[in-house]
Design a protein around this ligand. Structure first.
Ligand SMILES: Nc1ncnc2c1ncn2[C@@H]1O[C@H](COP(=O)(O)OP(=O)(O)OP(=O)(O)O)[C@@H](O)[C@H]1O
Ligand SMILES: [Mg+2]
Length: 259
């Protein structure tokens, strides 16, 4: 558990501009082992991104603590790489410079120059180093964002719906890319997704969260070997189990509002 992650009784209360409380997280306790591929799944607005942002050090918990490798998380750090739904590349920099950007600002570019090419190669963008973001497809930009997050060799890669904006085929290809990177780099990956199949395809641990204030409803350890077959009966039974926990199995939901 050298570089493992621990959430201890994490609670988060936000305040709206009118001063009302929004209770986002309630008593979240979770252990993530080094090398785990963890997916957070749960209803929209339940607090998944908040939990990931607290781990990233972009937000602070109202109560409780988060540890990475035994160290209390208090602020963002190079030990965590971040990838969001929007690749957020700098449009005025080419792909190589985008990937190298953080190394340059940290003044560690010279000694890590080779890593830039390696990461670009690992995400399959060799030949596009000199291209600008607007010259690449959405999936290619997201690969560049992943290379940028990995180049500083973080202990953990945190991903918030990184494939959410991609078409179905690109998304499935990118899922394989993530598994390949996970296998090669052996790093901890923590990913928020809305997609039940994606979670079962990728994760060895799925954290199913309840509606707000989010708490952990169930932790499902997926013991299927990789590569996983989406049509395999065990795969389908994991999917059914998650849908059941999320209360979507075999029933029509009442609309939340009437038009
Ligand atoms: N800065 C903020 N100020 C006030 N409320 C916030 C803030 N950030 C998040 N919230 C609220 O906290 C709750 C959880 O938000 P969060 O973004 O974590 O949800 P989520 O599970 O990631 O949702 P989605 O699946 O739609 O991305 C929401 O009700 C949201 O409105
Ligand atoms: Mg979110």
């Amino acid at each position: 558990m050298v570089n493992g992650i621990r959430f201890e009784n994490v609670e988060k209360i936000f305040y709206t501009p009118s001063g009302e409380e929004v209770h986002a997280l309630n008593g979240v306790d979770l252990e993530i082992e080094e090398g785990d591929f963890v997916c957070f799944i749960g209803p929209s607005g339940c607090g998944k991104s908040t939990l990931l942002r607290i781990l990233a050090g972009l937000d602070t918990p109202t109560k409780g603590s988060v540890y990475l490798g035994g160290d209390l998380v208090t602020k963002p750090g190079h030990d965590r790489g971040l990838v969001f739904q929007d690749p957020n590349l700098f449009p005025w920099l080419n792909i190589r410079d985008n990937v190298a950007f953080a190394l340059k600002t940290r003044h560690i570019y010279k000694e890590n120059k080779a890593a830039v090419g390696e990461m670009i190669d690992m995400v399959g963008l060799t030949g596009f180093e000199k291209s600008y973001p607007h010259q690449l497809s959405g999936g290619m930009c997201q690969r560049a964002a992943i290379a940028r997050a990995l180049v500083g060799k973080p202990k953990a890669l945190l991903l918030d719906e990184p494939l959410g904006a991609l078409d179905a085929f690109t998304r499935m290809n990118m899922q394989d890319e993530l598994l390949r990177i996970h296998k090669k780099e052996k790093m901890t990956m923590v990913m928020v997704t809305h997609d039940v199949d994606e979670a079962v395809y990728l994760a060895n641990k799925i954290v199913v969260m309840s509606a707000r204030p989010a708490k952990i409803e169930e932790i499902i350890n997926v013991t299927l070997s990789y590569p996983r077959d989406r049509n395999n009966s065990e795969f389908i039974s994991y999917r059914s189990r998650i849908l059941k926990v999320l209360d979507f199995a075999g029933k029509e939901k009442e609309p939340e509002y009437n038009i």
